[in-house]
Write a protein that binds this ligand. Structure first.
Ligand code: UT7
Length: 321
């Protein structure tokens, strides 16, 4: 029996687009530097009336419409975010209230840029136990709210957005679609390479993103290629069997280097970092939705999702669409 099936996707982006040229008016940077080092050309930034929950709710509604199912059928909502509306309760419960499907399970997952992979694995596991029949798995962020807008080494890299998928519990009807294999990892020793310098229990402030970019870059390529290999080995597949790779969109150079290491053709890698920048937990479901809606990813395709972020945390999940 395959794992839980992905039956719909949706996404949402803030209205406002900020170009590299606009950022160059605020900090000492340039469009040339940002494009050459990251592939980023623009990002969406949330306005005063847009929060992690408003983006998550819009993405969730789009995913439900795409799946053609009612919110009432959703018994589980897992929302991955590092930028919740409030310290508590979970932003997932705000989504639940907005959708009007109260009574089921709803919680947030904090694994930063790998959050969607962690949330997907948790939802798949809970669906397999019979906890619910259908789940919404959401990655939603307003990273713009935790950026130090004076720090050119981080503020040019991130954007805001949300992506969501509807997952359905596996059944034994012979259907081969669904999640085939997943691997997750964390290495808490790498905390200081990528973290936020604040929080409720330490500074009683929200804090700002701090990153040692070059070191994160190096770890990202090594960890991501290793975890992709693990999932392929677990499932008895080869890199050339993949139809698509949907990576976390941190840097176009990380995407290229990881694909090259595994011998995956660059045209099989979905790239949205140019338009969205790094939207942390939202980036994988956002890119997945873009590629499904533009017709590249089709039913039956074999798709590898992968991400790595603060913690460090990283993971990959293979899905037959
Ligand atoms: O989502 C979680 C995972 N995050 C990531 O995967 C991010 C991984 N890291 C990266 O993507 C890259 O390391 C960065 C894009 C963050 C930086 O690129 P890099 O090629 O590693 O540059 P660097 O940090 O080595 O900096 C090179 C130079 C430095 O100047 P000096 O010391 O050579 O004079 C920086 O000060 O570029 C300078 N620099 C900038 N210049 C213009 C750093 N940021 C900027 C900027 N504009 N925005």
């Amino acid at each position: 029996m395959s794992g839980s099936r992905l039956i719909g996707t949706g996404s949402a982006l803030p209205r406002r687009i900020v170009t590299n040229a606009e950022l160059a008016e605020r900090v000492d940077t340039s469009d040339e530097w940002i494009v050459a080092r990251t592939g980023i050309r623009q990002r969406h930034i949330a306005g005063d009336d847009e929060t992690t929950s408003t983006l998550a709710i819009a993405a969730a509604r789009a995913a439900l419409a795409d799946a053609g199912v009612d919110a009432a059928s959703i018994g589980l909502i897992i929302l991955a975010t590092a930028t919740p509306d409030n310290t508590f309760p979970a932003t997932a419960t705000k989504v639940q209230a907005a959708l009007g499907c109260n009574g089921g399970v709803a919680f947030d997952v904090a694994a930063v840029c790998s959050g969607f992979l962690y949330a997907l694995a948790a939802a798949d596991s809970l669906l397999r136990t019979g906890m619910a029949k259908r789940a919404l798995v959401i990655g939603a962020e307003t990273f713009s709210r935790i950026l130090d807008w004076e720090d050119r080494t981080t503020c040019v890299l991130f954007g805001d957005g949300a992506g969501a998928v509807v997952l359905e519990a596996p059944s034994d009807d012979g259907d081969t679609r669904g999640i085939i294999g997943t691997r997750l990892h964390a290495d808490g020793d790498q905390h200081d390479l990528l973290y936020v310098d604040g929080g409720p229990s330490t500074t009683q402030t929200v804090g700002h993103v701090r990153m040692r970019g070059q070191e994160v870059f190096r770890h990202a390529v090594v960890n991501l290629s290793a975890v992709l290999r693990e999932v392929l080995e677990d499932t008895g597949l080869r890199p050339e069997d993949l139809d698509w790779v949907v990576p976390h969109q941190a840097n176009a150079r990380i995407l290229d280097a990881t694909a090259r290491k595994l011998g995956i053709a660059p045209e099989k890698v979905i790239v949205t970092v140019d338009r969205h920048a790094n939207t942390s937990a939202a980036s994988v479901p956002l890119a997945l939705d873009v590629a499904r809606k533009d017709g590249r990813i089709k039913a039956g395709d074999l798709v590898m999702l992968e991400a790595m972020g603060g913690g460090f945390t990283w993971g990959a999940s293979l899905i037959r669409m």
